[in-house]
Design a protein around this ligand. Sequence first.
Ligand code: SF4
Ligand code: SF4
Length: 92
Amino acid sequence: MTEKVEIRGARDMPPMAKSLGRMSWNKTGSWRNVTPVIDYDKCTSCMLCWKFCPDLAVTCADPPEIILEYCKGCGVCAEECPVDAIVMREGL
Ligand code: SF4
Ligand code: SF4
């Protein structure tokens, strides 16, 4: 069983969220040429994808969702997912 991220305060927030926040003009979805897709049959809602996404494109919800207009397709979420529930697909 994967340990879940606990949010107890600002110290537990993703680094980019603390420094920048998700601003309405900071939409990086047009940069993307690969798209993360969550397999909800595998997802354990550990929230590591939310914690590591540099663009706050992952919602802090159970289960998380990826807001594609903020996702630049960097693949960090797929790398960090401990159960390989995120695959990067070619295209938008
Ligand atoms: S690929 Fe994943 S980590 Fe990268 S911006 Fe998109 S949702 Fe965030
Ligand atoms: S997609 Fe992976 S990293 Fe994200 S909440 Fe689900 S199991 Fe955790």
